[in-house]
Structures are given as structure tokens and as C-alpha cells.
Design a protein around this ligand. Sequence first.
Ligand SMILES: [Zn+2]
Ligand SMILES: [Zn+2]
Ligand SMILES: [Zn+2]
Length: 231
Amino acid sequence: MTTMTMTTGPAAAVLPETPFIVGTAHRGTFHAIPRDYALRALAPGGGDSCGALCGTWAQVATRIGTGAFDRAHLPAWMRLCPACTWTIALQAGSAAIAAELEALTPAVEDLAALEQLVPDPLITRRVCEAILATAGDLTDGSGRQDVVELLAHAAAHAPVLLRDEDCVDTSIDCGHPGPNCPAAPACPACSVRAGDWAQDREGFYRDACTIAAPCQVIGAMAAFYGVEVTA
Ligand SMILES: [Zn+2]
Ligand SMILES: [Zn+2]
Ligand SMILES: [Zn+2]
């Protein structure tokens, strides 16, 4: 796999041969841009930006990985737009849907911490499973936007674990013994995350509005779908 960089050559030369290209937008979220849109955006006078799959205006980002928007090959730290990923997954079928559900399952190290902090760390995954179970035929080729909007809404409110910067940076000894770094579960969608004005701190959670997870959105959807919270 080669890393492609922007050149002055034809736009096609810098884009990987994948249906979707990584797009960047505000708040450090990455979107899927259909390849033909990206080609037009990179053409002379195109301005480098276009609409992503979810409708968000995004900048074509060929410098991230290979430039391909593909969950399996993008680093786990990247926050992918749930509307884009679920749209792709419902079009792609069961393996891609399983990968989206897997992405809603906290990593082992986070799971242990979340179990101490929230009633059910898997609540968002289970809400999405319930949405899928009641959605009926997902293979009718329509892309099922009615289902995507529910899945994307739930996924956007999936709890994340906030830690101190020193605890995340493995080159620093944060001083907390063993796995006992303080952490707080927060909702990324309900909280205010810093925009691009914050430069290298873009996406950071603002003290003025950091909402604890699971938030009311997940609670409401869990109640609607009859998802029991299991401790
Ligand atoms: Zn998107
Ligand atoms: Zn620590
Ligand atoms: Zn929320």
C-alpha cells in the first residue's frame, strides 16, 4: 500500500481506487466522499471541497492514510461520521453492518473502565441492534435512509471515555498507578467540542458543556426499543 500525496498532476492520480474518499469537516469528524465528487473537487477550480455522503460539506483529504474511506484500514482514533458509515454499511450488507456494530463496542481497555462508570457500556450497540432487528428488509437497494437516520443518531451519542491528556500520551508518566487513570464517560454529540479555531485542540470537550454518558438520547431510544440495561 502506498501513501499518496497531492501532486499537480491529474486529480485521478492522487485518489485511491475506492468508492469513497476521506473528507474532513469541522469538529475532527471524518466523512465519506463519493469518488466522483472528490475528482470534481480536485479538478482545477474545484476548490478541494464538496458534499460528503451525509450532505456535510467536506474537504478531500488524500493525505490521511491512502485517502480511502474504509473503516477496516483507518486508524481507530479517527472519529468517522455515523451517517456516512451507516449509509455505506446498509448498502454493503451484513459484513459491513457487523463491522459498524463492532465499532460501537468499546475497546477492551475502555470496556473495563466503562463497566465501573456506566450501567451498560454496550447500550448503544444494543440499541442499534434493536433498530436493525425491527427495520425489516435492508437489502431492497434503497439504502434505507429511514433506518440510517436512527442508527446514525444513536451512534453519534455513543459514550466516549474522556481522559486527561497526560494519561493518553504514552510518552509521559501521568503518575496514576496501573490502570487507575481517572476517566469520565461523555456524550460526543450532546457535548460542545472545540471547533477548528482551537487548532491542534480541535475536537476537545469544552468544560462549559460536557454531558455525561449515557445521555438522554440513548436512554430514550433504549426505552422505545425495549432495550433493557444489563449491568
Ligand atoms: Zn458524514
Ligand atoms: Zn493517568
Ligand atoms: Zn447525547
